[in-house]
Design a protein around this ligand. Structure first.
Ligand SMILES: *Cc1c(COP(=O)(O)O)cnc(C)c1O
Length: 458
């Protein structure tokens, strides 16, 4: 008999989670103003809101916590993190920050000014937020294939070189501070970027004299896809792939809450000492002194170890297989899901799930709420509410895709939980024609509104 796949780790500590009744969930979600971010975590049975900071640290990471050096300047933890970053990414300069958006805030303060254009592949919401906050514009140059959820394409995170070049031609280099390559591309569905695409983007950037910055939250998952999907990389190790990927960039911002498997933390990696010097000034102002930047010594230690844990092939295989298991169960049940499956999450295509619902009633949000009420499973809307209003016209922006994302925390849930989630979604799918109306907004913030929006049932 061929041996079945099994996880590459065993469990040393457990955390109790509580089931609830449908009636309880209906009243809780109403109280939460139909915003899943407002729920208390004990009102959720399987929490797939995000894979950000929700991972389980390994015994090696917990051991590192005890070795943390809390000295203000020059802590050994800083050097441990510096060594891990330079060994894994190849960037000689780094600044610790408290999370990914803080890295964006610091680096963009040094690089982005009003009127600038920042091309990239479907910028993540905080990235776009930090660009627009500075009165600059993010220009999405993702390949068109990314927006067809049924199309089988191995690297849907790729940048369209023709779109990129027309942007680079349209504006002077002084107005384009950087090209951002997001790996994997969260907004378009956790989809990877190929090594070839990175190489070509870098060559084009060099031609126009523009810097390439990686938004690298899930760089290790991206490397796994390169190893398993891109010709020529079958026998290359994850760490060798990672080093080559980053060789095509001038810097990186990192949310370590993803592929470094810590609950909080981030950093900026840089090649240019002058840019490092400029960014250091903002790091000291916004985050903390440059040898801790908003992190405790123990957290820097755990992060350093997490970079090693997170770039092990066996771990990545376990993770990507679990995500794919959920995707496969949904796909087999006829649920429209983003295909091929992304690295950290499964995306349900809400427009194809609820084709009869008008987009003004927030299709993906409506569906995310139904999944919670059905089984206590919390996903998140990646659709019109998250897309915010147009900064100029203040009209709702309708993105190409309306999706509900189920992000899988790292090393947290079992495959049985994936089966439970799949059954929840399939139950809603069976009664989809009874979902006739959606929601309207009663209160919202001017930017990143999805975190605090209040809704009412139509
Ligand atoms: C999570 C994330 C960020 C922001 O990081 P935080 O740690 O949440 O501040 C930026 N870019 C991408 C692609 C992300 O996934």
């Amino acid at each position: 008999m061929e041996l079945p796949f099994a996880e590459s780790y065993k469990i040393k500590m457990v955390e109790t989670i509580r089931k609830s009744s449908r009636a309880e969930r209906e009243s809780w979600i109403k109280e939460a103003k139909y915003n899943l971010f407002n729920l208390r975590s004990d009102q959720v049975f399987v929490d797939l809101l995000t894979d950000s900071g929700t991972g389980a640290m390994s015994d090696r990471q917990w051991s590192e916590m005890m070795l943390g050096d809390e000295s203000y300047a020059g802590a050994s933890s800083y050097y441990k993190m510096k060594n891990a970053i330079s060994e894994i990414t190849g960037f000689p300069y780094f600044l610790p920050t408290h999370q990914g958006r803080a890295a964006e805030n610091v680096l963009f303060s040094a690089m982005v000014k009003a009127g600038d254009k920042v091309p990239g592949n479907a910028h993540f919401d905080t990235t776009k937020g930090h660009i627009e906050f500075r009165k600059a514009t993010a220009i999405d140059c993702t390949i068109d294939e990314a927006y067809d959820t049924t199309l089988d394409h191995p690297f849907k995170g790729n940048i369209d070189l023709a779109k990129l070049e027309s942007t680079l031609r349209a504006y002077p280099a002084s107005q384009i501070p950087m090209i951002i390559i997001t790996i994997t591309c969260n907004t378009s569905g956790g989809q990877p970027v190929s090594m070839q695409n990175m190489r070509e983007v870098k060559a084009m950037a060099d031609k126009y004299g523009i810097k390439v910055i990686f938004d690298a939250a899930r760089f290790a998952e991206n490397a796994y896809f390169i190893k398993t999907r891109e010709k020529g990389y079958e026998d290359t190790t994850i760490r060798e792939i990672v080093r080559e990927m980053f060789s095509y960039g001038d810097g990186m911002t990192m949310s370590s809450k993803k592929d470094a498997i810590v609950n909080m933390g981030g950093f900026i990696g840089l090649r240019d000492p002058e840019l490092f010097r400029q960014a250091s000034v903002f790091n000291i102002m916004f985050e903390g002194y440059i040898t801790y930047g908003g992190m405790s010594g123990r957290d820097m230690n755990a992060l350093a170890q997490g970079l090693y844990d997170g770039t092990e092939f066996d771990y990545l295989e376990t993770r990507i297989n679990q995500v794919a298991l959920l995707g496969k169960l949904l796909h087999e049940g006829g649920v429209p899901v983003q295909y091929p499956f992304g690295g950290h999450a499964i995306f349900v295509d809400a427009k194809r799930f609820l084709p009869h619902l008008p987009r003004e009633q927030y299709i993906a949000q409506t569906l995310a709420l139904e999944f919670y009420i059905e089984g206590g499973v919390r996903g998140v809307e990646i659709g019109t509410i998250m897309a915010d209003r147009d900064p100029v016209t203040r009209e709702d922006r309708y993105p190409g895709l309306e999706m509900v994302r189920f992000a899988i925390p790292r090393r947290v849930y079992s495959d049985n939980h994936m089966r439970y989630v799949a059954a929840t979604i399939l139950n809603v799918f069976a009664r989809r024609n009874t979902i006739k109306t959606g929601y309207r907004i009663v209160a919202e913030a001017p930017i990143l509104r999805h975190f605090t929006v209040a809704l009412e049932k139509i």
